[in-house]
Design a protein around this ligand. Sequence first.
Ligand SMILES: [Zn+2]
Length: 153
Amino acid sequence: MSENALPAVAKSIYTDCKKCAAERYHTVIAHTTATSAKVKCEICGAQKTFRIAKAGAAKKVKAPAVPGAPKAPSKRGAAAAAARKNAHTVEYNNLLTTYSEKDVVSYNMKGEFSAEMLVKHPKFGVGIVKTSLPMKIEVVFEDEVRSLVHNRG
Ligand SMILES: [Zn+2]
């Protein structure tokens, strides 16, 4: 018997809804294959196919895709690292929604950047300057906070 079983028909599962762009309870309507089921969002009624991982497949921890989504604090110590990563993503997304994208300036070590500026780095993407010191800045990027140099013109 597989340890990965589909939820029973008429049961509810918590999974993301594309239409709601959020995690929602979905009612299982029918099993379509041994590893997939048709489910319906209990909020908007959108239907989608829910798949379970095949036995042996690595389970991926997914970060919330929605900016400003409420963050669920993890109680499990084993998930602490993932939760930290998650919290960072939430912070980053919250910061991004606070600032307007049109204010993004290209990062350049010769430039001068002050706190709360949005910078675009060729490798790390768009980040928000958290701290500005005479010779370096701390920037919140999507994956982590990085120290970059500036004022080196
Ligand atoms: Zn929905």
